[in-house]
Design a protein around this ligand. Structure first.
Ligand code: F6P
Length: 426
């Protein structure tokens, strides 16, 4: 049978477990063998200690779980207590916190066959239970060569990668380089001619898992809705204490170079002012902000809420930091001001329903795309546009995303500000 592997990579996001579950179950449903790759690209580069040399995937026979295994009694209910490989060989169990290195029985094993039951209870679990990493080795060709070798050693026919723009850029690089990599492996005698032919075409698909909602080509990334909802809860809480004391709060939110979380949180909470990277103010940001806030104060508002994206920039594209805003609020408006940096509370925790659904639908589509992949079809990233789950060429999505990031980094002012309506703040 076709072997399909799934991994999570880069910053975790809520809904990644639902995506893994969906890929695993859909793969098994389609008669494939399902694998997870623990710890993202890092795990794929490392491979399994035990396979130095041969082609071992031990205990395979015991794992032919199909949908019929739905009938099996559920072993343990809670995601945190998931017995990751209960149907796997000797029944090695994972401790709580499945992705921890002290994982019983999985130490030194990153490519692991999984059965239907292994992903039960994963829909509502936060983070990623198979672990993730930001992998330096994979940025080098030597690392990608090891990753390619490990995929072939384990006979993995197709790979689904759930991650943000960095991880999907990695996926795209592996795709582009694949013919060269397998040529090198053959020349080194690491793979046979038969393997070279069988794995000539890399089947790879991306699932966009990121709280930042910053990948071109998709309306929403897996985890963004949960992060937004968490930010809103926090701002709601802050609002009541702010109103009680007639205080101002500057709330810094994540998003890297993308202002989606900040802007949507501003709309959803009725914040007084937002700073986002995509729309640096034309002139002095402090004047613009103070004008608006003064009007709000005159209208009788007790509290003041300013939301700042961590990547916010001024007209010269220098960072606008929460503490700079606080100083202006205190010095110019005389407001008693506090700063709250929400940090990683935005990223962890249980996914909201829409992230579970998005991840599940996209996981199904990812497996379909992998099974339909032909040498002549592009590798896809699974996206959602106008509420339709769709496939977008991975190369295109990565290229467009990098273009925007590049414009911001190189201060290509006009391009970076393409979203701005020039009349907006005049
Ligand atoms: O990309 C997701 C994200 O949470 C960004 O919003 C943030 O800038 C970054 O990751 C934080 O990374 P780390 O968890 O490595 O500190």
């Amino acid at each position: 049978p076709t072997k399909i592997a799934v991994m999570t990579s880069g910053g975790d996001s809520a809904g990644m477990n639902a995506a893994v579950r969906s890929v695993v179950k859909m793969a098994i449903f389609k008669g494939c063998h399902a694998y997870v790759i623990r710890e993202g690209w890092e795990g794929l580069v490392r491979g399994n200690d035990e396979d130095q040399g041969s082609n071992p995937t031990p205990h395979e026979e015991s794992l032919d779980a199909g949908p019929e295994s739905l009938a099996q009694p559920r072993r343990e209910g809670k995601a945190a207590k998931i017995k990751f490989v209960p149907t796997y060989g000797e029944g090695e169990l994972l401790k709580e916190g499945v992705s921890e290195a002290e994982t019983v029985g999985l130490k030194g094993r990153y490519i692991v066959r999984v059965g239907w039951d292994d992903v039960r209870g994963w829909l509502d679990a936060g983070g990623t239970l198979i672990g993730t990493a930001r992998c330096a080795a994979f940025r080098e060709q030597a690392g990608r060569l090891k990753a390619a070798h490990n995929l072939i050693k384990h006979g993995i026919d197709a790979l689904a990668v759930c991650g943000g723009d960095g991880s999907l850029t990695g996926a795209d690089r592996l795709r582009a380089e694949w013919p060269e990599l397998i040529g090198m492996l053959k020349d080194n005698g690491d793979i046979t001619q038969a393997q070279f032919e069988r794995y000539a075409h890399l089947k790879i698909v991306g699932l966009v898992g990121s709280i930042d909602n910053d990948l071109a080509g998709t309306d929403l990334t897996i985890g963004a809705a949960t992060a937004l909802s968490r930010i809103c809860e926090a701002v709601d809480s802050i609002s009541s204490t702010a109103a009680s004391h007639s205080r101002a709060f500057v709330v810094e939110v994540m998003g890297r170079h993308c202002g989606w979380l900040a802007l949507m949180a501003g709309v959803a909470t009725g914040a007084d002012y937002c700073f986002i990277p995509e729309q640096p103010p034309h002139g002095s940001w402090d004047d613009a902000m103070c004008d608006v806030l003064t009007k709000h104060k005159k209208a009788g508002k007790r509290k003041t809420i300013v939301i700042v994206a961590e990547g916010a920039i001024d007209k010269d594209l220098n960072a606008i930091k929460a503490d700079d805003i606080k100083k202006v609020l205190e010095d110019r408006l005389g407001l008693d001001t506090r700063v709250t940096t929400l940090g990683h509370t935005q990223r962890g925790g249980r996914p909201v329903a829409s992230d579970r659904i998005l991840a599940t639908l996209q996981g199904v589509e990812a497996v379909e795309a992998l099974l339909e992949a032909k040498p002549e079809t592009p590798s896809y990233v699974i996206t959602i546009r106008e509420n339709q789950v769709t496939r977008t060429p991975l190369m295109e999505a990565v290229k467009q995303t990098q273009l925007v990031a590049h414009k911001i980094e190189t201060k290509d002012f006009d391009g970076a500000l393409a979203l701005r309506d020039p009349e907006f703040d005049e």
